[in-house]
Design a protein around this ligand. Sequence first.
Ligand code: BGC
Length: 426
Amino acid sequence: MKKLYGIMFLLALALVVSACSSESSGSDGDSDSGESAKEVEIFSWWTGAGEEDGLLALIDLFEEEHPDIAVENAAVAGGAGTNAKAVLATRMQGDDPPSTFQVHGGDELNEGWVAADKMQPLNDFYEENGWMDKFPQELIDLVSKDGNIYSVPVNIHRGNVMFYNMQVFEDNGIEVPTTFDEFFEVADELKAAGIDPLALGDKESWTATQIFENVLLGVLGPDDYKKLFEGEIGFDDERVVEATEKFGKMLDYVNEDHVSRNWQDSGQLVANGDAAMINMGDWAKGYFANDLELETNKDFGYFEFPATDGEFVVITDTFGLPKGIDNPDDVKKFLSVLGSVEGQDAFNPLKGSIPARVDADESNYDQYGKDTMADFQEARLVPSLAHGSAASEGFLTKVNQAVNIFVTQRDVDAFVQALESAAPEM
Ligand code: BGC
């Protein structure tokens, strides 16, 4: 069922978005013309502030190691792949795959491109590189289907993080909230002091979906959160209603102009003290530290999203080998660099994520990175819905639409019903 919906969704997406494809690389026509152009086209949505620094460092490293292979950086702007995924769908359906592309481990990869028979297995490649014990088994599982491995994880992002402006907290005598009740208490205090408690930039609705998934995790706990997305608990469960109500209450504390901001713009509100907190995956750490030059644990602090202490929403960016590309050996060279200790340690300190490998060099990471590595070892790991791991792309698209409507209308029943009717596509 999941597979069928995955394929139907990809086909539909491909038809709808063909107009967008001009943004991606125009090089393919040329490279088909006979001369075996040595070029690797890397497709992602990492453009601009907070997104591209890590990618550029990785590309530099690759070019140093393989000066004979040109790199085409075919990134399409838009947080969480809002536009890139649509462009990719068009290209894949038109048998024009990029050499390699960013894809989240979990359903986005396995029930999307693998189920559609668009990816090459990488088991031998993992063996050749000696990687079978270099990535945590949970991650290998997230990039595997039916015993085959289909991509190489470059990082692990955490989704259930609240970043906050330390000065604002200090000036207002605010303690880090650990429960929903505490969150609402401090939010009231901040609001009374004229500060927006929670920054939101839902120009693209995934940012609000991410808040909702974290509330769900806080209310259901890790086991039942997973059961929900495995279809073992229905969306008619009363705790889903409770989570939706809490989500709505949180939205009472966001900045008024949230619809006109993207995630970076909303992060700026926290950076400059107009807002106190933001729930964002830790790409925001990369943005704060590297682009805004804020200091970790001085200018901004971090804590787990309320009621999710000891839990870790896993988001992993991975790259694989599509079927039908001209130069798989060159692409494998890129994947080897991306999966190496050096590659991961060039990329992740800039990106805000932790390395996917178990043996990367901790000294390259700041306190946030070190804390997150320790938490990853100990925490209960759960997959992210908003970032493609927990459910199919078709289901996620419908949830994003429902969230978008809920943010303005706040109709709990309508929202829960929308989730229920989308559930068969999960
Ligand atoms: C990706 C991150 C990216 C974020 C914002 C997530 O889906 O996994 O790498 O930084 O979206 O674009």
